[in-house]
Design a protein around this ligand. Structure first.
Ligand SMILES: NC(=O)c1ccc[n+]([C@@H]2O[C@H](COP(=O)([O-])OP(=O)(O)OC[C@H]3O[C@@H](n4cnc5c(N)ncnc54)[C@H](OP(=O)(O)O)[C@@H]3O)[C@@H](O)[C@H]2O)c1
Length: 372
């Protein structure tokens, strides 16, 4: 008799991520795929932990560059144990701890495995979608390793050309990409000024290596947040060399003011304006695009778009060195993912809500198999 488990199903796209959590997400019974049905290159993985991603939330509201068609199982990435392998599999062996690669399989991939995310007791993936978990990482730490740290690598190093001795201002530093960026920037020998709205969360960011943390005030009557003077005071008055911005909206303009002449501004994401894609940026929607061209022009600033997935699709050769570096750093203990929240599988809605409300520091994971 095949074993039974559970999987999350997104039945249709909701109007917003917040609505999706309560209206289109359900936990349904699942039967273990049969090992004898695996294709020669496929692997059956028992999922132990699944990362709860911001992009999972965006997709549930139909807002991402590409998405699985509902009904689908969310979960861009996860970690687990190999249960069975197809006849020609060589990369992984039964019993091995593996993490899944969201570029190759799952909702953010482009091929045949798109509808099968990691919010499930088991996943079947082609062998190239699996990597051995670096020995220093727990299943929970490994579950979201690649998207966070590959984003930080792509934005800071490939696009931002961050060098030792430079100063980088990292916004949203308590978030998944932000906290990874703090660690990657420190590893590169840069000085880090990290920002966020919560002093409690920023203490964890400081513990991850940030040289300075700045709690940002609420937006003023013009809709702007002010921090230029504090940032400049922390870097000798000149301004920062690089801005890493996964937040956008009300902090964009002030970030340009806090930069030195000819600095690099990295457009990483829009955590502050999450409901503007796919035609939702109409009247009344928050403005995600607030970079003033006068400051860009007069300060000779390089504004660099940093879409990790799209850039990798356009230039697949960019990925192997990045992937190799992230896995090696994790093996060496040079980077260490911070997981602030763990949820039982039955608490999937609470997990998504915690991510949506910004309660998470670094990563939140679902303990899909709480016994491992
Ligand atoms: N470029 C890429 O390839 C790439 C890859 C992955 C993700 N992203 C994008 O990067 C952004 C962040 O992703 P993430 O996974 O790091 O998200 P996350 O874990 O939720 O972190 C976002 C952080 O932004 C801060 N923040 C500041 N103002 C905010 C606001 N008004 N609303 C919500 N958060 C606010 C929050 O910290 P405080 O509460 O401390 O302020 C939060 O920790 C998203 O837009 C995502 O789509 C881009």
């Amino acid at each position: 008799m095949p074993a039974t488990g559970q999987r999350v199903v997104v039945s249709e796209f909701a109007e917003s991520p917040g609505e999706a959590i309560d209206s289109v997400v359900s936990l349904e019974p699942m039967v273990s795929p049969e090992s004898r049905e695996l294709a020669a290159n496929e692997v059956l993985v028992k999922v132990v932990c699944a990362a709860v991603g911001w992009v999972d939330l965006l997709m549930m509201s139909g807002q991402y560059q590409h998405m699985a068609k509902p009904p689908y199982t969310p979960g861009l990435e996860g970690a687990g144990v190999v249960i069975a392998v197809g006849a020609e599999v060589k990369r992984v062996a039964v019993g091995e701890r593996v993490l899944t690669d969201g570029f190759v399989a799952g909702p953010r991939s482009l091929g045949a495995y798109q509808s099968q995310g990691t919010f499930a007791s088991w996943v079947v993936m082609p062998e190239e979608a699996l990597h051995a978990i670096p020995s220093k990482l727990s299943f929970a730490q490994a579950a979201g390793l690649l998207s966070s740290y590959e984003t930080a690598y792509h934005c800071l190093l490939t696009r931002g050309r961050l060098k030792a001795g430079e100063t980088v201002l990292i916004h949203g530093a308590s978030g998944s990409t932000g906290l990874a960026a703090v660690q990657v920037a420190k590893l590169s020998g840069a000085k880090v000024i990290a920002t966020g709205r919560s002093s409690a969360k920023l203490e964890a960011v400081r513990a991850s290596g940030a040289d300075h943390v700045l709690v940002l005030d609420a937006a003023n009557s013009e809709g702007e947040v002010q921090f230029k003077d504090q940032v400049k005071a922390l870097c000798g008055g000149a301004g920062v060399d690089v801005v890493y911005d996964p937040v956008g909206g009300p902090i964009s303009k002030e970030s340009l003011r806090a930069m030195r002449f000819a600095g690099r501004f990295l457009v990483v994401g829009w955590a502050a304006t999450p409901a503007v894609a796919k035609g939702r940026g109409g009247r009344g929607a928050p403005n995600a695009n607030q970079l003033p061209t006068n400051l860009i022009m007069m300060k000779s600033i390089d504004v660099l778009g940093c879409p990790t997935v799209i850039s990798t699709v356009m230039d697949p050769s960019s990925r192997p060195p990045r992937l190799e570096a992230v896995l090696r750093w994790a093996e060496q203990g040079a980077i260490s993912p911070h997981v602030s929240h763990r949820f039982e599988f039955s608490e999937v809605r609470a997990a998504l809500r915690a991510k949506w409300k910004g309660e998470v520091i670094g990563a939140a994971v679902l303990s899909v198999d709480a016994t491992t």
